[in-house]
Design a protein. Structure first.
Length: 254
């Protein structure tokens, strides 16, 4: 792609979840930050794209506002510079014009992409079923063990759909990205402070998305299930995995 497409998210007086095509891209907590922007090529599809903002917790105060803008920037341009092309936007303000509390807002826009993502063709799963929940728990526990051990080949296999499509979306060399991932894992393994945070089955709060084709792996606290501590980020390392099933095997798709 010749440009970067960003989701630019803002909140005031509230916390909010932001979704593109029913895939969670960020949870913005106004006590920590009021603005966040990330590239979102890999969340867009060819055709109609849906944007959604959902307030988290008590967001019905008069000052509660949130917005999500998707903007394309020419290659080499800086985020926020003039010349960005607005693609889609949704705004949420509560209460609405009639004085009613508002918890979510949606809009849509059209785009033309040369890519079809593999997650679009996955079968929907009943993630609340005992078998599916147990499989996700087992996968996450294995992922945690492999991350703690620095098992780059296993992690590369689990992340293959995500890595290949991420590189396709952002014009990156898959071999170079895998080499960089190997290097990051090696640095973590060499860091004596590196430790993956354990969790129990009762800590999980799986959140289906993309029409049930994917599941976001969160804790009941709202944090990603895979978390770690190291010298660089302290206790703030996290991997917000979104899993899907292909031919009976769980893999990371976003």
């Amino acid at each position: 792609m010749s440009s970067l497409v960003y989701a630019e998210m803002r909140v005031a007086g509230c916390d909010a979840d932001f979704r593109v095509n029913d895939i969670p891209v960020w949870r913005l907590q106004h006590r920590e930050a009021t603005f966040q922007a990330i590239p979102v090529h890999e969340f867009l599809v060819d055709g109609s794209n849906r944007l959604r903002i959902t307030l988290v917790g008590n967001g019905t105060a008069p000052e509660a506002q949130a917005s999500l803008a998707v903007t394309g920037y020419p290659e080499g341009a800086r985020l926020g510079e003039k010349g960005g092309q607005p693609l889609g936007r949704v705004d949420l303000q509560t209460p609405d014009a009639a004085g009613q509390p508002v918890q979510s807002a949606e809009s849509s826009f059209s785009s033309a992409l040369p890519i079809r993502w593999s997650w679009q063709d996955l079968a929907a799963v009943d993630w609340a079923s005992p078998a599916a929940s147990a499989a996700v728990l087992q996968f996450l526990q294995e992922f945690s063990r492999r991350l703690q051990a620095g098992d780059a080949p296993w992690l590369a296999g689990a992340l293959r759909p995500r890595m290949s499509e991420y590189c396709q979306a952002y014009n990156m060399d898959p071999a170079l990205e895998l080499a960089e991932m190997d290097a990051r894992i090696a640095r973590r393994r060499a860091d004596p402070s590196f430790a993956v945070t354990p969790f129990a089955a009762g800590d999980l709060a799986l959140r289906p998305c993309a029409g049930g084709r994917l599941v976001e792996c969160l804790l009941k606290s709202g944090e990603p299930a895979i978390r770690w501590t190291d010298a660089r980020v302290g206790p703030l390392g996290a991997w917000n995995l979104k899993l899907g099933v292909r031919q009976g095997t769980l893999q990371v798709y976003r």
